[in-house]
Ligand binder design. Structure first.
Ligand code: P6P
Length: 336
């Protein structure tokens, strides 16, 4: 008998469909089909990222996005790939992309019942030097009696029905939750399928790694300054934490999901609301982390309880091992 793990491949689509049959008997299968479109986007981006330098896809696209950031060629390509894949899935009513100033409302004949918020190529400043980058997405179902409007996406993250990210690095791993735990699927480029490699991801209750841009230390508030000092100069016999910071949220969060510890992008005197966008960076990562047994906060409030004012609103975020995030929350309470 040959090795069943080699002859009984559990693809993402099969796994999500199994989950749907077991847990969502009344489901139509629309979410499974929507996730197929997202997988196509991730596979296409993975292929383009891998050969970017070979097909002169690095460098600037001589354009900038809503954030005023210079767009890299791959940013533009990735965004178009996802918008086209999502529209042609016939499962989407509203799309919000980091790369587009306005929300996209799908025309009636292609419209479905889901809203997808996404960052098609997060960490794009790392493209030219080959450091890991990724895609982040979150999915809402349109509210009852809605055909798809902006109010369907300006909702707390706690109302998302699915979220995920895909890393583009030494391998491409798609990490996904549909509300029943977190699973990771690694792309087998030879057969073009995401294969289950990280079933039921659970974040350790406490880690030994912290991730923050220390270059902003000058601008931190008192709670952050005291918290990070406590990690570097702990009271004996505790040992100092290790610092790891890629500068690509998907890479830093993926390491935190697997190894534990804490990822932080605080608000500070330079960035009053922090840098990361609520809808398509903070919410999806917070949903995944909570589903893996971790915790995600703004410092003062559960991240998923935040109500975004605009589609590109920003928030401070601290996420990862439950006990590590509870520590930073205690420092904020002490400074209140
Ligand atoms: P900084 C990348 O540009 C990004 O949006 C996230 O992927 C990453 O966590 C953060 O910004 C890095 O920002 O200010 O530390 O370079």
């Amino acid at each position: 008998m040959s090795d069943p793990s080699k002859t009984n491949l559990i693809t993402l689509t099969r796994h999500v469909f199994q989950d749907q049959v077991e847990h969502y008997k009344e489901a139509s299968g629309d979410l499974t089909l929507l996730l197929t479109a997202i997988q196509l986007g991730c596979k296409f981006v993975a292929s383009n990222v891998r050969k970017a330098s070979l097909i002169s896809m690095t460098g600037l696209a001589n354009s900038s996005n809503i954030q005023g950031e210079e767009q890299k060629k791959l940013d533009v390509i990735a965004n178009e790939i996802f918008v086209n894949a999502l529209r042609s899935s016939n499962k989407v009513a509203v799309m919000v992309s980091e790369e587009d100033e306005e929300a996209i409302f799908v025309e009636t004949q292609y419209r479905g019942k889901y809203c997808v918020v996404f960052d098609p190529l997060d960490g794009s400043s790392n493209i030219d030097c080959g450091v890991s980058i990724g895609t982040i997405f979150g999915i809402y179902k349109v509210r009852d009696d809605s055909e798809g409007e902006i109010a369907d996406v300006l909702r707390p993250g706690s109302e998302m029905v699915a979220a995920g990210y895909c890393t583009y690095g030494s391998c491409s791993t798609l990490v996904l939750t549909t509300g029943k735990g977190v699973n990771g699927y690694t792309l087998d480029t030879e057969i073009g399928e995401f294969i289950l490699t990280h079933p039921n991801i659970q974040i350790p209750s406490r880690g030994k790694i912290y991730a923050v841009n220390e270059g902003n230390s000058k601008y931190w508030d008192a709670a952050c300054t005291k918290y990070f000092h406590s990690l570097k100069f702990p009271v004996e016999p505790k040992k100092p934490y290790s610092a790891r910071y890629v500068g690509s949220m998907v890479a830093d969060v993926h390491r935190t999901m697997l190894y534990g510890g804490i990822f932080c992008y605080p608000a500070d005197s330079k960035s009053k609301n922090g840098k990361l966008r609520i809808l398509y960076e903070c919410f999806p990562m917070a949903f995944l982390v909570e589903q893996a047994g971790g915790r995600a906060t703004t410092g003062r409030k559960r991240m998923l309880d935040v109500h975004p004012e605009t589609i590109h609103s920003r928030s401070p975020i601290f996420l990862g091992s439950k006990e590590d995030v509870e520590d930073i929350e205690a420092f904020y309470r002490a400074e209140a």
